[in-house]
Every structure is written in C-alpha cells, then in structure tokens.
Design a protein around this ligand. Structure first.
Ligand code: AMP
Length: 426
C-alpha cells in the first residue's frame, strides 16, 4: 500500500495568504475593465455533463483525450470537472434563452479549472482563469474588443512587453480544404514527426502545428499556411480584425501556425505572450478567439461569438518575479491593549465600535500582560495605545497613551471613538 502523504495532489496547490494579494489585484483589474465595457459576471458549476466538453472541445484534442477529470455519479451520469470556461458559458446561454436578450451578450467569469496535464512550470492540474465572452455578434469589432480588453488588463498589471499573436484558422467553408493540403504535406514528412503527431495526422492534422517537439517544429516551418487558403468571408473578416488592431495601436504579430488546442475555434485565434526570458518558459498568458459554430455544436442555434481566457497562476508568477506592487493594507495607528478579564470582555465591543467607524485598529487579545502588548504596539509603530485595564473597565474610561511623547490622557468610554477620530485628523 502507498504510504499516505499529507500534501496537495500533484499539480494542485493552495493559494496561500501571501498569494491572495496578487489574486485580489487581478480580480480588481478584471472587474474594472469588465464593468467599463458592460460585461456581466457569470458563474457556471464546476461539474458539467462530460458531453458538453466532448461536443465542444472536440474528440482528438489533448483536453478531451487525456486531460479531463471524468467520473460516473451515483445516478449514472458521466460528468467532468470543467477543463475550460467557454463551453459551459455557451451551454448556459442556450439553456437560459439568452438569445432573447439584446445582443451581443457580454459575460465574464473567474474561477478554478482542471486538466490532468503533466505538471511543469506554468502548468497545473487545478488552475484559475478569468475570461470574457461576447455572444451573438459576428462583426470583427468584437474580436478587436476582446483582444484589447485582454491586453489592457495585462498592461494594468504592469506587463509592458506583451505581444499579441494572431491568426485566422478559417471556418467550415475553407478549413476542410486546407486540412487536405496540410495533410498531404505532413504525410510526405511523416517519418520526421513525433509519434503523437503521426497519430494526430489522422485525427486532427491542424494540431501538428501546435506541437512543441523540436522535430515537428522543423516540419512546421515548411508547412502550408492557412491564411493563404481562407475563403472570401474569412479573409475579409481577418483583414478587418487586423485593421481594428492597427487602429487600436496594439502590438500584434501574425503567427500563421497558431491553431490553439480546442476544436471550436473559427476564424480569429490569438494568444498574448510576455516577451522576456523569465516569461518564455511559461507559455501564453491569455488565449482566445472566435467560435461561431460552438452553440450549434452543443445543439443550439447559430450564435457567432468571440472570447478569451487568461491563466491567473502564470500572471501571478510573473508579477511575483517582477515584484509588482499590490495594494497596501491600511496600517493602523491605534493599538488596543487590555488588562484583566472584565476589560478583555468589554474590549471586544470597543474594538467592534472602531470597526463600525472604519478606523483601523490593532489588538492582541490573546496576550494578557500589558508589557507584552505594549511591546507589540511598539513593533507595529502605532502612534496611540488605548489602555483598557481593570480600573478603566469599572469606571468606563480609556487611558490613551501617545507613544511618541509618552503622555497619557483619560477619555470617557462613550467618547473615545469620536476623540480618536479627531486625533487622527490632526
Ligand atoms: P486555454 O484554455 O488552453 O486556451 O488556456 C488559456 C490560458 O490559460 C493559457 O494561455 C494559460 O495562461 C492558462 N492555462 C491553460 N492551461 C493551464 C494549466 N494547466 N495550468 C496553468 N495555466 C493554464
């Protein structure tokens, strides 16, 4: 029997208090951009019917083939922990009749996702993403808007060297023909491909372009490019997207081999990467694209749409490496020191009165000795200590000590909040 180890599962991690400030900063940036652009927040369940992902993400993708946490419930349903956010959002759009709302419907989300990947730098089995989805609009301006919002958030989080890689992967009109052209090229190089790609060649030849193996990269360099094979509609759409990006003065580069790992994409695909040595190994920070056929793949009507998803752990890891400043917690200027059981009891109430008045205050209720509490107060560098001992508690007053001058003053208990307010304003 395996020895039980008290630790998180491989590829999973606690988000410890020290990391929360980065998560909070990201949440704030996402919320403010989402609100500005009139996006509403959506939360979908962490578990979905496995079919949602089989139909949307696609057979023959790594996610569906190898990476889903799937299991049968006691009732016999086959369910999966969500590996990505777009398919559940589209499921919800259809289920809740959101096509009846004024279009486009703009949604954003944030939460944990699960993929049974090989754990490595920047790759976890439970990770967090935030994402934007705009549903019910086919115009290229929304592709531009999604890309801009994604880029803006990274900029707000102090990423200065990001590049947007864009490509178009066509639609059901032109992609089947391109697949044929690509397959015949790849077949001629079959022996130079890795064993995974030799298999992909049959099931999903586009994914060969996504392979990170060195030998496949060499084959990729000579492969035909889909942009040369786009149908008229896809070509026109892509041209417009690039015009929007030009107009927005966003730093983009064309990557003719960008395909992304999910089947539901049509036309525009993009990734945002940070150009730096430290960031290089982490991969893309944000990825996204248009998914005009996804609603139909899930059994709904035609809903043209575009979205993006960002990897929060990757962003946090770079923010930490670069010492990006996070919001400072307001340092209290007052410390409440108590002495004796009766004073301790009354101090809890007094502390709550200061909280209601929104005046930050420190305490050390667990300590009993006044000396130890004054030492804590000194360490924190507070200006005022409220001493609340036996005598004070009996006679309903507080001794206020000015730590800089050492002078003390007695203030009535029911006036102390107001008096301290005045002192802090001085
Ligand atoms: P995707 O949903 O695959 O398009 O990924 C969107 C973004 O999520 C990527 O650019 C990464 O930043 C992040 N991401 C994807 N998979 C993982 C993972 N296993 N661990 C951490 N971040 C991930």
């Amino acid at each position: 029997m395996n020895k039980f180890k008290l630790q998180t599962l491989s590829g999973m991690h606690d988000v410890l208090p020290d990391d929360q400030k980065y998560f909070q900063k990201i949440t704030k940036a996402v919320e403010s951009v989402a609100n500005y652009y009139s996006f509403s927040k959506i939360e979908t369940p962490i578990l979905e019917m496995t079919d949602v992902f089989l139909k949307a993400v696609g057979q023959g993708t790594d996610i569906v083939e190898k990476e889903m946490y799937s299991f049968k419930t006691k009732g016999g349903d086959l369910v999966s922990l969500r590996p990505e956010g777009t398919a559940p959002v589209v499921r919800s759009y259809i289920e809740n009749g959101m096509h009846n709302l004024p279009q486009p419907v703009k949604l954003w989300y944030m939460g944990p996702f699960f993929r049974y990947e090989r754990p490595q730098a920047g790759r976890f089995r439970q990770f967090h993403q935030f994402g934007f989805e705009i549903l019910g609009e086919s115009g290229a301006s929304i592709d531009g808007q999604v890309i801009q919002m994604s880029y803006d958030i990274l900029k707000e989080l102090s990423f200065k060297n990001t590049t947007i890689q864009v490509n178009s992967i066509g639609d059901s009109e032109c992609r089947p023909y391109f697949k044929k052209v690509l397959t015949s090229y790849l077949k001629s190089k079959k022996s130079s491909l890795c064993s995974d790609c030799q298999r992909r060649l049959k099931e999903n030849p586009l994914r060969v372009l996504d392979c990170k193996e060195e030998k496949c990269q060499v084959v990729k360099a000579g492969a035909p490019q889909i942009v040369d094979h786009l149908c008229e509609a896809c070509h026109a759409h892509f041209k417009q997207v690039l015009e929007f990006l030009d107009e927005l003065e966003l730093p983009y580069s064309l990557n003719p081999y960008l395909v992304r790992g999910l089947d539901y994409y049509t036309k525009t695909v993009f990734e945002i990467v940070e150009n730096s040595e430290e960031g290089g190994s982490l991969g893309a920070l944000i990825g996204g694209g248009r998914y005009d056929n996804l609603a139909k793949m899930l059994g709904g009507r035609d809903v043209p749409a575009c979205g993006s998803a960002a990897g929060i752990e990757r962003i946090v890891s770079l923010m930490k490496q670069r010492d990006v400043k996070t919001a400072k917690v307001e340092e209290p200027e007052i410390f409440l020191a108590q002495l004796g059981l009766m004073a301790k009891k009354k101090s809890l109430k007094l502390f709550e009165e200061f909280r209601k008045a929104k005046i930050p205050m420190a305490e050390s209720f667990s300590k009993d000795s006044l000396r130890a509490q004054l030492r804590s107060a000194n360490k924190m560098g507070v200006k005022w200590v409220l001493i609340f001992g036996q005598k004070e508690a009996l006679e309903n007053f507080v001794t206020v000590r000015d730590m800089e001058t050492g002078t003390q003053q007695e203030i009535k208990l029911d006036e102390v909040v107001e008096e301290m307010k005045k002192k802090l304003k001085k």
